[in-house]
Design a protein around this ligand. Structure first.
Ligand code: BES
Ligand code: ZN
Ligand code: ZN
Length: 504
């Protein structure tokens, strides 16, 4: 896919496309009266039948792909535009149309951004394991931008950076665990750092982790022949601030769960739920991709990412149920269930975030099956000890069509993770997603704003959803980038700015 942003139509396009956001004609200045009437009747036909949501028509003697982006399905109008643009790009590729022009002279910046994202999503293919690869057909989309050429070009560059990050995450998540071990993950991260100016990396192997007392990751990873690692990535964007520009004093640390595979350990998972556990490193891949994009976009904020990488496997060194270890912050933990391993690995990520001076921590993890049952694959659950950060996450998500639902850190269940011998145990008996968050809270450094994003449902979808095929979605990448963007340019946040819901 190629985007060409122009002021007026070059006349070279084979087909022009009209994306309709509302049930009324919105291109009155480019359509003749007769065409306007035709469009009204097509819209009616789309609402009541017999037309499909996308039709190839002759409008004003021009072949026009008419795409209805107006259907309401609990999806925002920006997300409709993404879906419509995705479907348009798929159709154009299928029909091998070399050039499609899209009339967007009247579009707002965020509408163009949504369309550009939708077009990029259509480009994603994961055929690394197919013996026969399909040929790519490149469609050029000529965006008729009128007076917005300069802004749209800037937005298109940003979208390309975000989409590179999303595709990186999706590729890593979709890759078989046999080909993406913790050591492979480290190699990938090193390559990314090499090509991203301003980003630096520190890697701890199992020996160093043991020496420094990061025993959560060691406990989870020691049963595998593929040993664990912790990666700390750093980027100080305040150095990129323009002269005289006030920069934020915040230090955002992203902490990612990187279970390259989760068998459940000795508390083995069932065969039905196990193959999907190739995606249990989605949090770490999301954090890696987000910081890569944040550095590429040169956002003026200090951001780090701590990736907790391990394989939860069965071996003669595997953690035994009932085993007790001492976590980095000195608390002792009894491993009640070896399948609740993500929280153990993340305890070290949270400790490391404190050690490197985080003011804000956002951990991201495919943490619980319970969040999948509660919210499905369209909405991620999150927990936070800080209202401004929570609102910032909801609003950032909303801006990029990723839904986050605030869940309670319910203290009534807090005693359930107290153990008889150790300070804590890793499971309780009530609401498992809340218990997991309460466990993490025990490792959040004092006086630090923190949010925990549980993306177990949204990171990997079992069927086609919006603009993703089966598998990894890249969910969360854009929200983390947008959060960094908003934190680097602080404006006051009030509760009524949030139209989704913040439950306490
Ligand atoms: N990686 C899983 C959570 C998961 C489930 C991710 C479904 C993606 C899709 C996690 O490590 C896990 O196994 N959690 C257990 C915890 C339980 C033993 C307390 C769960 O949720 O069942
Ligand atoms: Zn598990
Ligand atoms: Zn897991």
């Amino acid at each position: 896919m190629k985007l060409s942003i122009v002021k007026t139509a070059s006349g070279k396009a084979n087909v022009s496309a009209l994306l309709f956001v509302k049930q009324s004609v919105q291109f009155s200045d480019v359509l003749t009266d007769a065409a306007e009437k035709q469009v009204e009747s097509v819209l009616k036909g789309m609402a009541e039948g017999p037309f499909e949501d996308m039709e190839l028509l002759e409008i004003d003697d021009k072949a026009t792909l008419f795409v209805n982006a107006a259907k309401e399905r609990g999806i925002s109008s920006l997300d409709h535009l993404r879906i419509a643009a995705y479907r348009l790009a798929k159709r154009a590729e299928q029909r091998q149309i070399p050039m499609v022009s899209i009339m967007l002279a009247d579009a707002a910046d965020e509408q163009f951004k949504a369309i550009a994202h939708g077009l990029h999503y259509a480009d994603y293919k994961f055929d690394a394991y197919k013996s026969k690869k399909k040929d790519n057909f490149q469609v050029t989309f000529e965006i008729i931008a009128g007076e917005h050429v300069a802004e749209f070009k800037k937005i298109a560059e940003e979208v390309a950076v975000e989409q590179t990050a999303i595709m990186l995450t999706r590729n890593m998540v979709n890759t078989s665990s046999a080909d993406l071990t913790p050591a492979d993950f480290v190699e990938n991260a090193k390559t990314i750092v090499k090509y991203t100016p301003g980003l630096s990396i520190k890697v701890r192997d199992m020996k160093q982790l043991e020496k420094e007392g990061f025993m959560g990751i060691v406990t989870v990873g020691k049963g595998s022949s593929r040993p664990p690692f912790m990666i700390t990535l750093s980027y100080d964007g305040t150095k990129n601030a323009k002269r005289g520009e006030r920069t934020s004093a915040d230090h955002l640390v992203l902490v990612g769960k990187g279970l390259c595979f989760d068998t459940g350990g000795l508390c083995l998972k069932t065969p039905k739920t196990m193959p999907e556990m190739i995606s249990d490193m989605a949090g770490a891949a999301t954090a890696l991709a987000a910081i890569q994009a944040i550095a590429t976009l040169k956002l003026p904020l200090k951001v780090s990412a701590v990736l907790c990488l391990a394989e939860n496997a069965i071996g003669n060194q595997s953690v035994l149920p009932g085993e007790i270890f001492t976590a980095k912050n000195g608390k002792t933990v009894m491993v009640d269930n070896t399948d609740a391993e993500g929280r153990l690995a993340l305890s070290d990520g949270l400790a490391e975030a404190g050690l490197i001076g985080a003011t804000h921590i956002v951990d991201i993890a495919t943490l619980t099956g319970a969040i999948v049952r509660a919210l499905g694959f369209a909405v991620a659950g999150f927990f936070s000890n800080d209202d401004p950060l929570a609102l910032n996450i909801i609003n950032s998500g909303e801006a990029c069509c990723e839904k986050f639902w605030s869940m309670p850190l319910e203290e009534e269940y807090a005693d359930e993770i107290k153990d008889k011998f150790a300070d804590l145990k890793n499971t309780g008996s009530s609401a498992p997603a809340i218990i997991a968050a309460l466990f993490l809270k025990e490792f959040v450094p004092a006086d630090t704003a923190w949010a925990h994003l549980d993306i177990a449902g949204t990171a990997f979808v079992p069927k086609k959803w919006k603009y993703s095929e089966y598998g990894a979605t890249g969910f969360g990448v854009q929200t983390l980038i947008e959060l960094a963007r908003r934190m680097s340019n602080p404006t006051s946040i009030s509760a009524d700015q949030c139209s989704y819901a913040l439950q306490k």
